[in-house]
Design a protein around this ligand. Structure first.
Ligand SMILES: Nc1ncnc2c1ncn2[C@@H]1O[C@H](COP(=O)(O)OP(=O)(O)OP(=O)(O)O)[C@@H](O)[C@H]1O
Ligand SMILES: [Mg+2]
Length: 225
């Protein structure tokens, strides 16, 4: 049997000053080529879960954790961040928080440069993700001059450049128009077919039609469908 990319076992998370956990006893296995959709009302903990699954919690945002998250069978906290970033990539809900370089090219090269890839390989990946996201014409543009939707596509490109096996998109379509949403759906299909695993967060269940399973979070409880 293939090992799940991500395994959550009786996982609960509580912010430091809160009495109650954001949600309790979350259990799931995310398998290769599988898409899990996450939905639920504002404040139910969708982004918090994304932070837990990408290692931001508890590294950068502390809190009380119960249970476990394993990535490729290893406790997520034990995986050094540069290695984790090549396994699980998160596109933030607000792309501006993720983009900080002066050109799109630098933004995409940032991750690959940090893991010390050779310049020729970095160039290959820049071209590859610009093509995938349809953003080639913006290679030398300052991301701050792009629309929110275009920034979301650049943030997605920056994450894809590390070729993680699992992609988490936290409301990655929220600022996109119909054409942009279509673009993301077109990006997702071949990724799934290539065996990548995806977690898609969206308020609108209709944007999660590609999901194999849906996780609904509400009032600290988890529901699967
Ligand atoms: N750093 C923090 N410290 C304490 N509480 C927090 C922190 N960040 C978020 N929360 C609280 O945790 C809960 C879950 O927030 P989260 O942002 O994960 O929800 P969400 O489902 O992503 O909401 P939205 O749909 O609006 O994006 C909310 O009650 C929020 O106020
Ligand atoms: Mg959120």
């Amino acid at each position: 049997m293939t090992e799940p990319r991500i395994l959550a076992k009786d996982f609960s998370f509580c912010f430091p000053d809160d009495d109650a956990p954001v949600w309790s006893n979350l259990n799931f296995a995310l398998n290769p080529g599988e898409i899990i959709g996450i939905t639920g009302p504002s404040g139910c903990g969708k982004s918090t879960l994304c932070y837990c699954l990408s290692g931001i919690i508890p590294r950068h945002l502390p809190g009380n954790i119960r249970g476990k998250i394993l990535v490729d069978g290893q406790p997520i906290a034990e995986i050094p961040l540069p290695r984790l970033a090549q396994k699980v990539g998160l596109v933030f809900q607000d792309p501006e928080t993720q983009l900080f370089c002066t050109t799109v090219e630098e933004e995409i090269a940032f991750g690959p440069e940090n893991i010390c890839l050779a310049p020729a390989e970095i160039e290959t990946r820049i071209k590859e993700v610009l093509e995938i996201t349809g953003m080639t014409r913006y290679r030398y543009t300052n991301p701050s001059r792009l629309s929110g939707g275009e920034q979301q596509l650049i943030a997605l490109g920056a994450v894809l450049a590390l070729r993680p096996h699992t992609l988490i998109l936290d409301e990655a379509m929220s600022q996109l128009d119909q054409k942009g949403r279509q673009r993301v759906q077109e990006i997702i299909r071949p990724l799934k077919e290539a065996g990548k695993s995806l977690i898609l967060v969206d308020h609108q269940v209709e944007n999660l039609a590609k999901a194999d399973r849906l996780l609904h979070l509400e009032n600290g409880k988890v529901f699967w469908s």
